[in-house]
Design a protein around this ligand. Structure first.
Ligand SMILES: [Zn+2]
Length: 563
């Protein structure tokens, strides 16, 4: 079965969120220049070579950056069939402070082709071609015979299009205040290669009634169902189930502890305990949340209804409630977050909760600058704010603002990556991205964060889960290269820190990545320990680690609850 689609992963960048390539290609990815003469990739405006991009016109530099990002993915993936990315730069939606950067998606999807791993399931055409071993959609370039369509904004940085903040075409990630084109391309190509689902997010209906390979690995933990097992109505509800939509692929889950940091910021209600714990939005000012955090009784903070703010709970004027030793509860609105928190601090508060003034989830972050703020503050949802206010009416409310070190930042308590499931639905952003709570920031979050490097991080393991690597170890057969998925400084196995430096090899792969390959490939604990023994013997023989290093790693492997 086959189907044309324009399931584009839209990437919109809000102004507030502004924020070693391997030597050979294992999959050949070709950029098809779909621009007319004189524009886009053919823009003749002179440009000075910069950041390793040798192009001398704007058009050339764009094409070189596109091919660089294509080659990066090509070096990671493995396919006997050339992947064609039909590409163009055109004017896209813009305002002075926000712009659509670009979008990309699979041009067609296929199911029930030769060697399809899961039957009656749509695959992105590039992956379908790889599994089939031949081109399922042959034909001339510039037509639907291409595999991915990529459309990028030609106006970025011009007046009224994210004014003054343009593309950085360099290849060295040294983008400064500009937007790193290569990073955005790695993200968008990721959607086209397999990081996207095709169901209708409003109705829950599957594409032509069939599930897709991305959906096979997604689950709503509230109803405990995988996406294909749901009714349309359940899918339409599940896509809004913030904190409960997870990725269940084994490779992503195995790699997550090596990529994500422990510690999810949250508010835990100690009394009345039935209220549980709340997800929070964090502030750009004041101290970052830590464990064990700040614990105290909550007090509604009141201020005069005056010109600074019409509500008595907006915290926009000097607060009259004595908040000494208390955690202040305030409402969002009228004045800036930092103004409210400073007023609460002046009234003696030890921390601040700011309840949203519109329904929705998860609570967004709080921007602002005030170096004199010394207490932590978080934003909570309107629903959670109302719950606290209601509880205050009938007794003491005691909370802790802190981090849960038992949960990875970006995962659920079971260690599965969270997918983006905001309320209300954001059609270009919901479901086909990781949850933005992930930290360190990941390539496939809905917004491009300025601290991203050119690593594809956990997108590699997502591609492994959906079938890009025939032996399931996350790297092309016979090749070991990881582009530094692991960010641990030392080799850590299931929480056991061997203390051995997590050496990075010229391929970008680190020792932890190789051990992770053992974990994924092993059928049982003995198999894992044996794989690690072979690996560490090789590493010692080649002088990468010492004999005692080998012993330390093997000891951790022996204790690990793997698989
Ligand atoms: Zn995206």
């Amino acid at each position: 079965m086959r189907k044309s689609t324009r399931a584009l992963g839209l990437l919109v960048l809000a102004a507030l969120l502004l924020s070693g390539v391997p030597a050979f290609a294992a999959a050949h990815i070709v950029i098809v220049n779909n621009n007319a003469a004189g524009v886009g990739f053919n823009d003749p405006t002179p440009a000075a070579p910069a950041g390793g991009n040798p192009g001398t016109t704007v058009g050339q530099q764009r094409l070189i950056a596109f091919q660089y990002a294509a080659d990066t993915w090509g070096s990671i993936l493995d396919s006997p069939v050339t992947i064609y990315i039909q590409s163009a730069f055109s004017p896209l939606t813009c305002t002075a402070t926000a712009a659509t950067l670009g979008s990309a998606g699979a041009i067609q999807v296929f199911g029930n082709f030769p060697n399809a791993e899961v039957q009656n399931t749509w695959y992105h055409v590039a992956l379908a071609n790889k599994l089939a071993g031949f081109d399922l959609a042959p034909g001339p370039n510039g037509t639907s015979a291409d595999d991915i369509v990529a459309l990028f904004n030609s106006e970025l940085g011009k007046p009224n299009c994210l004014t003054g903040i343009g593309w950085y075409y360099g290849l060295d990630d040294n983008h400064g205040a500009g937007i790193d084109l290569v990073t955005v391309l790695l993200h968008e190509f990721g959607h086209g290669l397999g990081f996207s689902g095709f169901f209708d997010k409003s109705t829950g209906a599957q594409l032509a009634g069939f599930p897709d390979i991305y959906g096979q690995y997604t689950r709503d933990t509230t109803i405990n169902k995988q996406w294909p097992a749901m009714t349309d109505a359940q899918r339409a509800t599940a896509v809004l189930d913030t904190n409960h939509v997870i990725w269940t692929g084994l490779n992503v889950t195995a790699a997550a502890p090596h990529v994500l940091q422990p510690g999810t910021p949250l508010v835990t209600v100690l009394a009345p305990a039935a209220l549980g714990a709340f997800r929070v939005g964090t502030a750009t000012f004041g101290p970052v949340l830590a464990a064990p955090g700040v614990t105290g009784n909550v007090a509604l903070a009141l201020d005069p209804a005056d010109a600074a703010g019409p509500s008595t709970t907006d915290g926009c004027s000097a607060i009259t409630t004595n908040l000494t030793g208390k955690i202040a509860l305030l409402d969002r609105g009228t004045c800036g977050f930092a103004v409210k928190v400073k007023n609460a601090q002046n009234a003696g508060a030890t921390a601040v909760l700011i309840a949203d003034n519109v329904a929705g989830s998860p609570p967004a972050g709080m921007s602002g600058v005030d170096p004199t703020i010394t207490i932590p503050s978080v934003r909570i949802s309107l629903a959670n704010g109302n719950a606290l206010r209601s509880a205050l009416g009938s007794g003491t409310v005691r909370v802790n603002l802190g981090v849960n070190l038992a949960v990875l930042a970006g995962a659920d308590p079971g260690g599965h990556l969270l997918l983006n499931a905001p309320v209300p639905l954001v059609s270009g952003s919901s479901y086909s991205h990781w949850d933005p709570v992930a930290f360190p920031n990941l390539l496939m979050e809905p917004a491009i964060n300025s601290d991203l490097t050119h690593s594809v991080d956990l997108t590699r393991q997502e591609m492994t889960d959906i079938g890009w690597f025939s032996d399931g170890d996350g790297v092309p057969d016979g090749v070991d290269q990881c582009l530094g998925s692991s960010r641990d400084a030392t080799v850590i196995i299931d929480g056991c820190n061997s203390g051995v430096a997590n050496t990075t090899f010229p391929t970008g792969c680190r020792i932890s990545d190789q051990i992770n390959d053992c974990a994924v490939g092993a059928g049982n604990h003995g198999g894992f320990v044996s794989c690690v023994a072979h690996l560490t013997n090789d590493l010692k023989k080649s002088g990468v680690i010492s004999g005692s290093d080998k012993g330390a790693i093997q000891s951790c492997a022996g204790q690990a609850r793997i698989p």
